[in-house]
Design a protein. Structure first.
Lengths: 669, 386
């Protein structure tokens, strides 16, 4: 044995050993790589042509085998099981090309936007503005900046600005002394006249405001439009390039391609998250729960009243009470919360306050792992000091100081939000504020000092690190895509067939097959053996392209197929270019060998430039485009790279063999 | 076998002025046409009507499509819903009302035939309203009959009252759903079916997405311009770009003239043609570059002619082969897929044409301008020296 064969032989041996190691640890792709290395080395040892040629053949063979394995499950699905894929492979190759909505159909989800919530929200904002305005009228407040807590309390003694839960578009201003009604003068009315209509009553000491109907319909419209945008962004972030989002009236329709139930569940979960983030102040001084007496009924519900020392401004603490509800054995945390909420609703919480809930954890007695066991209350001002609208970015991070490490989501406020956050924290030093996500308190830290810089974070609570990571990922996604302006509820869900129609696709496939057959036949007819080589290259190109698309888990739609068709066309073109060049060289009297070499060399730069120019367009479309444009661009990019490889490396290897290897004096072009 | 001789010597460049004139006229015509008539936007872009129908017997999506087509719907999109045994389908149609620009003109003529109309306001095509004022009192039933005779379905004729002794009327045209219903009834053999739901949907491709797509195209073009200028020469870039724009406009012309639906598939076609156009142009440019290096000193038009003639066999072969691959789709494709193939075929033809007649002559033109500028600056320098 000569030394040139020793290297490949050793590599083969190593590959076998590695493959065994991978097999025992069930690392499928490790085995595949070893197989490819083995094959490549084996080809290197063949007694044909020169080593560099064998190297290239090995490369082509490796690419083919890798592509075939990646594509195996997809091929089985496409051929309706005629091409069997062993279960061993199928279980381990988890990706495949899935046809898109236009080719296979998918799930159609209809959501209704609860516009009432958006109206209520807007109404609450007007109520806030009114409080501010009234404080100015009473000269409790300088008229700029956040209303201080003392001001709010002083104001509440004179007038209450109520936002009734039953009527989402109404604000009632109730004065303690009827004579004070005149405080709502022309100036005050004018300030809100554009959006609100004003009436005296129902009581003599009351003035009612109602959102005007045109303003209301405007709120409705923009809530739906915003909700649609948000859903679209979420769908986009999930990487569902081919999903479609449309709306009609107050409904949002999402159509997701595919048939994968598990994926559908996740999509539904993310689409529905309201992701409403609010920062509200805790009102510990009022000690609302201190006035609630424990009764037999509350005990039966598993509710206890506890006491804690709460900070109440610099250097002060007050005793404050809160309620705790312990989750029952057979109950989930959301169920327990529902029970808790029903109870707190009976307590008569004033309109400008609300009860917030936080989950409490305890270590599991056996495993010592933290788990959610109960809910506790916080008595909050219902006014949201800062909201998620002010968030400019969110990213998940890990706190490795803790054991076990804890995931959290770091928030960055917009400049405006940062100012507001700084102002609010500055006005409430040594008090608690609650970070509320979708109506549940994430945490209620004490403000130690004014917080500048515009950063905050949300912890992921108890749970094992993997679950925390998943939670953090989801939260990051929904916060980044923005909150929904109002919650959405699913109203309809159905599986739909392909938009192009199943029969139309069948016909189109027949047509495409005939077209491709004609092209392949023509190439052989026109270029003889070189045409056959070109056909091999074109088919291999298609094959490689599909394999890479499969490994991306791509969704194949008509635009994607157009991208595929374009690159197949370019691949044919590259072969035409090469063969025409070889013919030219032959016509100028060159020998077969030198005509082939020259033909390839000269065609190379043409092909290269044409491909790279298209590739640039592909990359830009992929990065800046959305939806169908991106689908097209992805297929294009992969196809062009595959086409460069097949038309330059693969065909040249074959042709070189046909001409040099056989010492041919003529070339069949 | 050989179709085209390598030693052709056709004077392509000599005909560049005719070609340029011809292309400019067509391009401007298409742009003006788009501005005036607009595309026949599909549901993807314009929003539309969704009708869910259920049949009490077994029927395929293809049969439903055929029936709707026979009944007078130009391009019905039919999609199965639920399992096949449910025989339920979604029909998607562009547009919410039956009122079109042409329909409104017809309706106006019909109304004017009824009495003296003093004012006929611009028709509200989005909501399907026609508003007009008449000197005499008209009978709503007659108005309805007259407009329906002109080809637009009418849902309601509202009498808006009297003002200055004149009578105001508002005609509400019927929704697309009615059209779908009547088409199905006309086209089906067994006329039993149940309309389960009618939805009006907004466009899937919102303004935002559309703008994003256009920006993506512009960025792509600029990047190509830079690459071509870097790899070839500055004067090559604009030619490639103009050829690209030319081809895209021509294919857009197909959708304009044929009145076929412009939808997401059309976008895919335009993108593909863009790619094809660049590829074709670059191949010829590459040859021009090569010939320029070989025949230094020869005038550029002559070099370009040689380059185009040398690559002619490849140009025709590639164009022909690509066209060949579309034949199957042209024969078997229905609806969107037929449009896809037809527009692609046109795109390939103009793509090939533009590489020869538009992209290459642009190089000459820029070269001449550059030479002229050099002469001018050279001349002034000489003048200074003198």
């Amino acid at each position: 044995m000569n030394s040139s064969k020793r290297g490949p032989l050793l590599t083969m041996l190593a590959a076998v050993l590695c493959a065994y190691a991978f097999y025992s640890s069930d690392t499928f792709w490790g085995i595949v790589v070893c197989g490819i290395v083995f094959l490549w080395s084996a080809i290197l040892m063949l007694p044909v042509m020169d080593p560099s040629w064998r190297m290239r053949v090995g490369l082509a063979a490796a690419a083919f085998v890798g592509a075939f394995i990646s594509l195996w499950p997809t091929l089985e699905a496409f051929t309706d099981g005629k091409l069997k894929c062993p279960a061993y492979v199928k279980e381990r190759v988890t990706f495949a090309i899935s046809p898109g909505l236009d080719l296979r159909g998918g799930l159609r989800l209809v959501y209704t936007v609860e516009v009432e919530e958006a109206i209520r929200d807007k109404r609450d904002r007007y109520a806030d503005d009114m409080r501010q305005e009234l404080a100015t009228v009473y000269a409790f407040h300088s008229g700029s900046g956040v209303l201080k807590r003392e001001d709010t309390i002083k104001l509440a003694e004179k007038v209450r600005v109520a936002a009734p839960a039953a009527e989402p578009n109404v604000i009632r201003v109730k004065f303690n002394e009827a004579a004070d009604v005149v405080k709502i003068d022309d100036r005050f009315s004018k300030k809100f006249a554009n959006e609100l209509s004003q009436t005296r009553g129902p009581g003599a000491d009351e003035v009612s405001f109602r959102i005007k109907s045109d303003v209301e319909s405007q709120i409705r419209e923009s809530a739906v439009a915003q909700a649609k945008d948000t859903v679209m962004r979420r769908v986009d972030e999930l990487g569902l390039r081919e999903a479609s989002v449309t709306n009609r009236d107050e409904d949002i329709i999402v159509e997701v391609p595919g048939q994968d139930q598990k994926a559908f569940e996740e999509i539904k979960d993310i689409i529905r998250r309201t992701a409403r983030l609010e920062f509200k102040m805790v009102d510990d001084e009022a000690d609302f729960f201190g006035k609630i007496k424990e009764a037999p009924e509350t005990e039966a519900q598993g509710i206890r009243i506890e006491q804690e020392a709460a900070p109440a401004g610099p250097g002060k603490t007050v005793p404050s009470h809160y309620a705790v509800l312990i989750k029952r054995e057979n109950e989930t945390m959301p169920e327990a919360l529902k029970r808790f909420r029903t109870w707190t609703e009976t307590l008569g919480v004033p309109d400008d306050h609300q009860v917030g809930f936080e989950a409490l954890q305890e270590p599991h007695p056996d495993t010592q792992k933290l788990q959610d066991v109960s809910w506790r209350t916080f008595y909050l001002f219902s006014r949201a000091e800062v909201t998620g609208d002010y968030i400019s970015d969110a990213s998940r991070a890990i706190d490795s100081q803790k054991t076990p490490p804890e995931y959290y989501v770091a928030l960055t406020f917009s400049p405006q939000g940062a100012d507001r956050f700084e102002e609010v924290t500055g006005a409430n030093i040594q008090r608690r504020f609650a970070i509320i996500l979708d109506d549940v308190i994430d945490s209620a830290p004490v403000i130690r000092s004014k917080i500048g810089g515009g950063h905050a974070s949300i912890t992921m609570g108890a749970g094992d690190p993997e679950e925390q990571l998943r939670k953090a990922e989801k939260l990051e996604l929904v916060l980044k895509s923005g909150a929904l302006p109002a919650p959405i509820t699913p109203s309809n869900e159905s599986l739909i067939g392909p938009t192009l129609g199943r029969d139309a696709i069948g016909e189109a496939l027949k047509g495409a097959a005939i077209g491709s057959g004609l092209v392949l036949a023509f190439m052989v007819f026109y270029y003889r053996k070189a045409g056959l080589v070109a056909d091999v290259a074109v088919l291999l190109n298609l094959f490689l392209q599909m394999a890479v698309l499969a490994s991306f888990g791509a969704t194949m739609t008509l635009p994607g197929i157009a991208g595929l068709a374009l690159t197949i066309g370019m691949s044919v073109d590259a072969n035409v270019l090469i063969n025409e060049r070889i013919r030219e060289e032959l016509a100028s009297g060159k020998s077969a060998r030198s005509a082939v070499d020259h033909g390839y060399d000269r065609a190379f730069w043409t092909i290269f430039d044409a491909h790279v120019t298209t590739l640039i367009a592909g990359f830009i479309l992929a990065f800046t485009g959305t939806g169908p444009v991106q689908g097209f661009a992805t297929a294009l990019i992969i196809g062009i790279i595959a086409s460069l490889f097949t038309s330059i490396v693969v065909t040249r290897t074959i042709t070189t063999f046909l001409v040099h290897g056989r010492n041919a004096t003529s070339v069949s072009v | 076998m050989q179709i085209i001789n390598h030693k052709t010597n056709i004077d392509f460049i000599g005909k560049r002025r005719i070609a340029l004139f011809f292309s400019s006229v067509l391009n401007i015509g298409i742009i003006v046409g788009i501005a005036i008539f607009g595309f026949n936007f599909g549901v993807d872009f314009a929003g539309g009507t969704l009708v869910e129908v259920k049949f009490p017997y077994s029927i395929s999506a293809g049969e439903v499509r055929e029936a709707a087509h026979k009944g007078g719907l130009p391009e019905p999109q039919v999609q199965g819903i639920g399992s096949a045994s449910e025989n339920s389908f979604l029909l998607r149609m562009g547009g919410v009302t039956q009122l079109t620009a042409e329909g409104a003109t017809g309706a106006e003529a019909a109304i004017r035939g009824l009495g003296e109309i003093t004012e006929f306001r611009k028709p509200d095509l989005d909501n399907g309203f026609l508003n007009f004022r008449s000197k005499t009192e008209l009978e709503p039933g007659k108005i309805k009959a007259a407009i329906e005779a002109s080809g637009t379905g009418v849902k309601d004729v509202r009498s808006l009252g009297k003002e200055n002794d004149q009578f105001d009327y508002q005609v509400v045209s019927a929704g697309m759903a009615d059209k779908v219903r009547s088409a199905l009834t006309a086209g089906l053999e067994k006329k039993e079916y149940e309309v389960r739901r009618v939805d009006y949907v907004g466009p899937a491709v919102g303004k935002q997405l559309r703008n994003k797509g256009i920006m993506a195209l512009i960025y792509a073009m600029v990047a190509i311009l830079i690459y071509v200028a870097f790899r070839f020469d500055l004067k090559f870039g604009p030619g490639a770009l103009i050829a690209m724009v030319h081809d895209v406009i021509m294919v857009a012309g197909y959708y304009l003239v044929s009145r076929r639906e412009f939808n997401l598939t059309s976008i895919a076609v335009l993108l593909t043609i863009l790619g094809y156009s660049i590829n074709d142009t670059i191949v010829i440019y590459d040859r021009i570059r090569e010939e320029m290096a070989r025949y230094k000193g020869k005038p550029l038009p002559e070099i370009i002619n040689i380059a185009i003639n040398d690559t002619l066999s490849r140009t025709i072969l590639t164009g022909g082969v690509t066209a060949l691959s579309l034949i199957g789709l042209l024969i078997f494709g229905v609806g969107e897929i037929f449009d896809f193939a037809a527009a692609m075929l046109l795109g390939i033809a103009v793509g090939t044409y533009s590489s020869v007649y538009i992209a290459s002559p642009m190089v000459i033109w820029l070269d001449e301008r550059q030479a002229a500028r050099e002469r001018a600056t050279g001349g002034s320098m000489k003048a200074k020296a003198a």
